[in-house]
Design a protein around this ligand. Structure first.
Ligand SMILES: Nc1ncnc2c1ncn2[C@@H]1O[C@H](COP(=O)(O)OP(=O)(O)OP(=O)(O)O)[C@@H](O)[C@H]1O
Length: 277
């Protein structure tokens, strides 16, 4: 049932992420400069911008692993980094975090045991090495199917290709059906077919499970696949809108052209500000 305010209109759901004046310093540099934005729930928000603009730093701040964060940063209604958020967020870093000397299934079982140590250990299975609790096995089978690695379940992670290792990391993040998935360049190094399949998976995660996805990329054609975009440049947010609205607003045919238009616009505005000083 929906909640209604006194005025009779539906309360908009609280955003998955809300930032106000978010500033991050790394060493002597201010890497994020007073960002204000929200990430709506149940949608795919793309975080796009050139290398070094601060995408990973912003993602690390959201998942609570970044030091020297000031301003307001709320994630799923709690301050970023709050312990209760740990099991509600799935995070995939750029470098796949998997154990090379374990098989894909053993990696997943290890992370599943950490995520949900209370899962029942009744009815043990024994295929593929050490016994695995049946509920965990079911969960692991599900995420293996999601990332199309079922046929490699018993391969050592160290023997996989870079793209396959990335998908093991993604499978780890999908364990436990998190409400918010933060994926740092998840499609780097993947062939076009796999990239397409992963984007189909991302859309079904948002549509079927109501999860929120924040996905970084510096490949502009992936922007077209997102519901919303945060375009970043040099630690600032250049635009926060839908791909269509960005194209329309800038009179551009592609998001890439819209991005370049906004960069030029920002540079012109900065020059004018400088000359009127
Ligand atoms: N450990 C660090 N110490 C100091 N500065 C850092 C550190 N890591 C990153 N930076 C700086 O912070 C800025 C933002 O880096 P970040 O990794 O967030 O960018 P990015 O947009 O994710 O880049 P890429 O697309 O190449 O991954 C960069 O200018 C980088 O030089």
């Amino acid at each position: 049932m929906m909640n209604y305010s006194e005025g009779g209109t539906a309360d908009p759901p609280a955003p998955a992420v809300r930032a106000e004046g978010l500033t991050v310093t790394r060493g002597p540099r201010t890497v994020l400069r007073g960002l204000d934005f929200t990430v709506p729930r149940g949608q795919i928000t793309g975080l796009l911008g050139p290398s070094g603009c601060g995408k990973s730093t912003l993602m690390r701040s959201i998942v609570g692993t970044q030091a020297k964060v000031t301003g307001t940063l709320e994630v799923l209604g709690s301050p970023a980094g709050h312990p209760t958020l740990r099991t509600r967020i799935g995070y995939v870093t750029q470098a796949p975090s998997v154990y090379d000397d374990l098989t894909v299934r053993q990696n997943l079982d290890y992370f599943a045991a950490i995520l949900a140590p209370g899962l029942p250990h009744a009815r043990m299975g024994s295929r593929g090495g050490a016994p695995i609790a049946s509920d965990r096995r079911h969960e692991i089978d599900r995420v293996l199917t999601d990332v199309d690695l079922t046929s490699h379940a018993d391969a050592l992670a160290g023997n996989l290709s870079g793209g396959q290792r990335n998908r093991v990391s993604l499978a780890v993040a999908l364990l436990g059906t998190p409400e918010l998935l933060v994926l740092d360049e998840p499609t780097v190094g993947l062939d076009p077919v796999l990239r397409r399949d992963l984007w189909t998976l991302f859309h079904s995660i948002a549509a079927d499970r109501g999860a929120t996805l924040l996905i970084s990329s510096h490949v502009m054609d992936e922007a077209e696949r997102c519901h919303r975009l945060l375009l970043m440049r040099e630690g600032e947010i250049l635009a926060d809108d839908t791909p269509e609205a960005l194209r329309t607003r800038t009179g551009s045919e592609t998001v890439e052209a819209a991005f370049l238009h906004l960069v030029d616009e920002a540079a012109t505005a900065a020059r004018e500000k400088e000359t009127t000083r």
